[in-house]
Ligand binder design. Structure first.
Ligand SMILES: Cc1cc2nc3c(=O)[nH]c(=O)nc-3n(C[C@H](O)[C@H](O)[C@H](O)COP(=O)(O)OP(=O)(O)OC[C@H]3O[C@@H](n4cnc5c(N)ncnc54)[C@H](O)[C@@H]3O)c2cc1C
Length: 244
């Protein structure tokens, strides 16, 4: 940590050590290398939904969730959504589609995840599109067994479903896309009754949908601010989107 309490951001060179086609639209890139040793000991690296900035061989950087860490092997897994399999204008997705073992990339971070479960929460709603699935899997795996969790994930095809393990009492709804990204998700969660007791909502995915759901939970459902976290992970029509 630095003197302001923020985790120090390191930049490390890593090497692609394995590539796995997890589902039709998800490519797992495992990176390793001696330089990762200190990176994997950094504060925040194991918080659910922690992420790194991946600098591709082209020099462009994009944010990716740390899906899994293997401390023994000193590797970490990053799950890339293949949203532009054939086209070349999306640097990260295209790179992941064609990545080769032995390629070198730079990682910056890690950054702690945004999931901040209030102590009194009896239930949690986790909602997102497929870019949020790695984070949702991590969050779900770290929930307390006493909590009820409802998970909603919009995926490109039913073959993009993945296992979501959790000690919590979990229900999972998979949604397939409608006319625009996030619409199926939004329509499914809007105005759904909450379970009993205090809770917490975590949403990540397309920026406009994340903003609309934030407004819904705060202004129409009267949840307190600390009970809602929303993150725009990407934005339709905008490369390298960053939330202001
Ligand atoms: C904290 C954080 C964690 C993230 N974790 C992950 C993760 O684990 N896995 C993951 O795949 N993504 C994750 N993302 C989202 C990822 O960073 C963006 O999708 C990023 O824009 C992808 O870069 P790109 O080079 O492929 O596309 P860009 O060059 O950024 O965009 C090119 C075009 O593609 C569109 N586009 C970008 N992403 C998508 C998408 N997913 N679907 C459809 N169109 C898209 C843009 O609107 C633009 O028109 C995360 C983002 C954040 C902020």
């Amino acid at each position: 940590m630095d003197e302001t309490g923020r985790a120090i951001i390191a930049r490390v060179e890593a090497e692609v050590v394995a590539i796995k086609h997890v589902t039709p639209h998800m490519q797992r890139i495992t990176v390793g290398g001696a330089a990762l040793e200190s990176f994997l000991r950094t504060d925040g690296v194991e918080t659910p939904a922690a992420w790194v900035k991946v600098f591709l061989p082209s020099g462009e950087g994009r944010a990716y969730t740390i899906r899994q860490i293997n401390k023994e092997q000193q590797t970490l897994d990053l799950d890339f959504v293949l949203h532009h399999k054939e086209e070349s204008y999306s640097p990260a997705s295209s790179w992941a589609f064609q990545a080769q073992k032995g390629e070198r990339i730079t990682l910056a971070g890690p950054r702690a995840g945004s999931f901040a479960l209030p102590e009194d929460a009896a239930w949690v709603i986790l909602a997102g599109d497929v870019t949020a699935l790695p984070a949702i899997q991590n969050i779900a795996a770290n929930l307390p067994p006493t909590i009820r969790a409802r998970v909603y994930v919009e995926i490109p095809t039913h073959e993009d479903q993945q296992e979501i393990r959790s000690p919590a009492v979990l229900s999972v709804v998979w949604l397939e896309p409608r006319e625009r990204p996030g619409l199926a998700l939004e329509q499914r969660v809007l105005y759904r009754p909450f379970p009993l007791g205090p809770g917490y909502v975590w949403v990540a995915g397309e920026s406009r949908i994340a903003k609309e759901l934030r407004a819904h939970y705060l202004r129409e459902r009267y949840l307190e601010r600390h009970r809602v976290t929303t993150e725009g992970y990407w934005k339709v029509g905008k490369a390298d989107h960053r939330e202001g």
